[in-house]
Each structure stands twice: as structure tokens, then as C-alpha cells.
Write a protein that binds this ligand. Structure first.
Ligand SMILES: Cc1cc2nc3c(=O)[nH]c(=O)nc-3n(C[C@H](O)[C@H](O)[C@H](O)COP(=O)(O)OP(=O)(O)OC[C@H]3O[C@@H](n4cnc5c(N)ncnc54)[C@H](O)[C@@H]3O)c2cc1C
Length: 254
């Protein structure tokens, strides 16, 4: 259960980071229009981020609401509890205002017609470059590999026929979410270390990267990793974490 709660907290923070970044870009585009260079960049970013945000967060809401029923056991299923209503309410999210497939096709359209990658890729690069603290070295190296893969995928699909591009559209939307969010989270972690001397967000970034961008041997079962137990209070109860302790534990692991 501790594992599940950590991952739900990490999912929630990842979704919030991505969505608010999209909202920031939308705000900038609305203020500046497409006349300025920054406004044009914001427009392209919005075109890529909005369909991905809606697709990923809607599916996440269904999965999280469904699991919330299970967390409360039999009670969570019966109508007297709030959870069945949350699940039913969540189920509409991936359907109205664009289903997952239709939103994934919209991402392809944004890349093809509006060159959205011209804003998307530099934004990921800038966030990765901002992550300097040693506690972020390991997740950032993994994100760099995934970022290279994402760029390769975009170049490949740009030259592919339409049917093949559509076949890969949802995979691409999920890939964009994972890489973009991972880079955002290490950037947020760096900001938090700089401004509050707190590395809790670095743990959130690490867990996101471990679950989304890594494929550990034997699915991690043999790794002996107890992160989810040791860091439960930090991630789920927002206990602050001294940045030096993460660097010390990383060098002890080496
Ligand atoms: C509670 C509720 C309120 C609503 N309110 C409004 C409203 O106020 N105004 C309004 O205009 N509409 C409204 N709608 C309609 C809603 O926007 C549509 O139901 C939604 O856009 C999905 O379209 P559809 O029902 O035609 O399903 P379809 O588009 O037929 O989708 C069915 C399935 O086919 C898939 N699919 C569709 N096209 C493709 C494709 N090209 N490639 C691959 N897969 C595809 C979808 O992903 C989905 O899995 C509402 C719907 C609900 C449930």
C-alpha cells in the first residue's frame, strides 16, 4: 500500500507539473499573441501540451479513481461511499472534449502543421540544463537518453506514411508526456533545492523517472531497493529532505 500511495502521489505531482506548464504557455500566448517570438513559441508549445495533458490526466483520473475504490475495500465499491461516484465522474474525462485516440492524432497534427516540436524540444532541453544539483545527476542522465529517443521518434514519424504515424500516435503522446514531465520535475526539484534547501521534489522526480523511463532487470524485483518504504513520509506526507542526504546516499550506493 505504501508503494501504491507513493506512486499515486508522484502521478498527481507529475500531472500537475505538466498541466500547469501548459497553462503558463497558454497564458503567455494569450498575452502576446503570435506576433512576438516568445508568443509564437508559447503557441506552438500549447498546441503540443494541451492534447497530451488532456489525454494523460483523463486516463490517470480513471485509473486513480478506480484504485481508490479498491483502497477502501468492499466499502469503496458500494454506492454509500463517495468513490463510485468519483469513478463514474472520472470515466467521462477520456471521452468528452476528445477521446485519447483523437487527442493523440491532434498531437500529430500540431507537429505536422504547426511545427510544435520547435517549441517542445527546446523547452525540454532548457529544463534538463537547469538541473545541476548532484542529487539529480542520475535521473537527469536517464532523461537525456529518453530525450534522444523522443527526438529520434519525432524525426522518424515526420518521414513516415500517415497510417504508420497514426498507429504510433498514442505511444508518442505518452512518450512526450513522460520525457517532458521528467525534465520539468528535475527543474522543479532544482528550484526547490535552491529556494528552500529541500530535496523532496528530487525524490518525486527520481520515482517518476524510475517508473516511466527505466526498465530495470527482472522488473526491479531483485534490486533490493527500499526507496518506497524509506521515503514514504517525504513523498506522501511532504516531509522535507536535506539535499546533502541524497548526495551522501547516492555515493554510499556507488
Ligand atoms: C456527458 C457528456 C456531455 C457531452 N456534452 C457535449 C456538449 O455539450 N457539446 C458537444 O458538442 N458534445 C458533447 N458531448 C459529446 C462528446 O464530445 C463526444 O461524445 C466525444 O467527443 C466522443 O465522440 P463520439 O461520441 O462521437 O465517439 P467516437 O468519436 O465515435 O469515438 C468512439 C471510439 O472511437 C475512437 N476513434 C474515433 N475517431 C478515431 C480515429 N480517427 N482514430 C482512432 N480512433 C478513433 C475513439 O477514440 C473512441 O475510442 C458530450 C458527451 C458526454 C458523454
Amino acid at each position: 500500500m505504501r508503494r501504491d500511495l507513493v506512486d499515486m502521489a508522484v502521478d498527481y505531482e507529475a500531472a500537475a507539473a505538466f498541466t500547469f506548464d501548459g497553462a503558463r504557455a497558454l497564458d503567455r500566448y494569450r498575452r502576446e499573441g503570435r506576433e512576438t517570438e516568445a508568443g509564437e513559441r508559447a503557441f506552438k508549445l500549447v498546441r503540443a501540451l494541451v492534447p497530451v495533458a488532456k489525454h494523460v490526466t483523463a486516463r490517470m483520473a480513471v485509473e486513480t479513481a478506480s484504485y481508490a475504490c479498491e483502497v477502501l475495500g468492499g466499502n469503496g465499491y458500494v454506492r454509500e461511499f463517495v468513490t463510485p461516484r468519483l469513478l463514474r465522474d472520472a470515466q467521462v474525462l477520456p471521452i468528452w472534449e476528445g477521446t485519447s485516440n483523437v487527442l493523440s492524432l491532434d498531437l500529430l497534427r500540431a507537429l505536422d502543421r504547426e511545427d510544435a516540436h520547435e517549441a517542445l524540444l527546446p523547452a525540454i532541453r532548457a529544463n534538463l540544463d537547469a538541473a545541476e544539483h548532484p542529487s539529480l545527476d542520475e535521473p537527469t542522465a536517464t532523461i537525456e537518453d529518453a530525450f534522444a529517443g523522443l527526438q529520434e521518434s519525432l524525426a522518424h514519424l515526420a518521414g513516415a506514411d500517415g497510417e504508420y504515424a497514426q498507429l504510433q500516435a498514442k505511444e508518442l503522446a505518452n512518450y512526450v508526456f513522460d520525457v517532458y514531465t521528467a525534465a520539468l520535475l528535475v527543474r522543479e526539484a532544482q528550484d526547490r533545492i535552491d529556494n528552500a534547501d529541500d530535496a523532496r521534489k528530487a525524490l518525486v522526480a527520481k520515482r517518476f523517472v524510475d517508473t516511466r523511463l527505466r526498465e530495470p532487470d527482472a522488473r526491479g524485483v531483485t534490486a533490493g531497493e527500499r526507496f518506497l518504504i524509506e521515503r514514504f513520509d517525504a513523498v506522501v506526507r511532504y516531509a522535507p529532505v536535506a539535499p546533502t542526504t541524497l548526495v551522501e546516499s547516492a555515493s554510499a550506493d556507488d
